[in-house]
Design a protein around this ligand. Sequence first.
Ligand code: NAD
Ligand code: UGA
Length: 493
Amino acid sequence: VPRKVKNICCIGAGHVGGSTCAVIASNNPDVVVTVVDLNVERIKAWNSEELPIYEPGLLKLVQQARDGARPNLFFSKNMGSAIFEADLIFVCVNTPTKQTGLGAGQALELDYLQAAIKRIAEVAQNDKIIVEKSTVPCRTAETIQGIFSASGRRGVRFTVLSNPEFLAAGTAVADLLHPDRVLIGRSKTPDGYAAAAALADVYAAWIPRDRIVTINLFSSELAKLSANALLAQRISSINSLSAICEATGADIDEVSYACGLDTRIGPSMLKASVGFGGSCFRKDVLSLCYLAESLDLPEVAAYWKGVIDMNEYQKDRFTTNIVSCLGHSLAKKLAVLGFTYKKDTNDTRESAAISIVSNLTAKGASVSIYDPRAKMDQVWRDIDTYVSVSGSAYEACMDAQAVIILTEWDEFSNKPLGGALENAQRSSDNSSGHPSGASDLTGGDASKKSKLDWAFVAKIMCPPKYVFDGRNVVDAGKLTELGFHVECIGKPS
Ligand code: NAD
Ligand code: UGA
């Protein structure tokens, strides 16, 4: 097993692979980091000035390591030679929910991961540390080791580690620079210990040693699924309470603030919303349910399935309220502000906006969407029916009868900074828990765009001028003074 890592290959140039390697390379100038992918267009984009993903601060970091005087970050389509040269290989491919076969709709698709492992087995000529960075079901390391054994390679030792990633989109760079923890799972063998120590040294270049935690392989795999399930559960819990608030006249932001002050609960991930989205929460909670079912633990599976059911209920409740407020006739123009699943990303995967907009257009609404980062062709790929995509919020709102806010982009908010409640909510929006992180990195981009002039929006809309705020970013009182009817999540109307 290599003791000191000098050459890293990362298979999968996606959100995690690209960002993680940029941070590793910039903090380890003596280590060569090569990121490879089957998708040649993605590799081309990583080598350009327009990266395939938007993350505050990422372009600058990539440019430093990729284009500096001593470059050590490479994006390449030559997977074979990158694997051949590497002592340590991150496997960072996508693991979406399976679409067909056993476990379809619930289990994680491991075909991409297995293809990557088979490629490594074909090419490798010397000992390698193989690092599972993708999120995988518990005991996948055993499957990987099985593929290596079955490949019949002799004289080459593959030592498998688990090293799940906890970054969140929109704060990826800040999360990678200042993680709560780096988790390394290893087997309790001499090779396992040596490989874990070599990987820990790579991270120790910028992360304090006490934040690099080493545990057993299978615990590490399960900890990743568990962390996502626990985070998603908090959102479903607060969203379930938002329904109670609407029925009683309590205010969910106040309830969340009051509960989050208890240090045992804390304020993060307690912001009521139109429902969580993103590529991971749904698929990882479903994967946990599948794992429980396959272990013959139906009660455990049903418990976690409730987190997903509550999320679907929240999205449906929001849409039903729009339809009912608009008098059950949706032959109207509706403006949708925000399409990504959260702010500061261009990622739309599993965004609540997809199902809400699809439902509204199916009911006859003519929908105009504005999002500061989502790409027009991506929106059209996500929605089956026709929607118009506007270049500005004002264009989307022109002649609309209602505005529907689906992403918490700062520019949509009319709330001032300050006040304990506001600050608590802002810090709970920032899942990274390092408040200065993302905003320090934005450098004059979308999140610093000028705020929407709601008085002007009121002038260009048509009655009845509804605002459906799926993120509780507007001050309903101020908008009511401007002539809007405002409907928030978990607040009296
Ligand atoms: P992604 O879809 O953005 O990127 C995955 C990349 O892998 C794609 O570019 C794809 O072309 C490539 N790929 C697939 N099979 C390949 C193969 N055999 N050889 C070479 N390249 C291959 O995915 P992502 O969002 O980066 O997620 C990767 C993993 O990390 C997933 O398991 C996910 O659950 C996990 N994760 C994601 C996040 C996040 O914020 N997106 C955070 C933590 C963990
Ligand atoms: C999440 C986790 O936060 C990361 O730790 C994890 O690594 C990642 O999934 C993953 O495995 O992919 P991400 O999905 O990028 O990260 O973003 P979050 O900030 O967790 O938000 C997820 C969704 O929940 C978004 O739609 C967001 O708007 C929503 N959310 C978040 C709320 O509705 N309320 C909150 O209080 C927080």
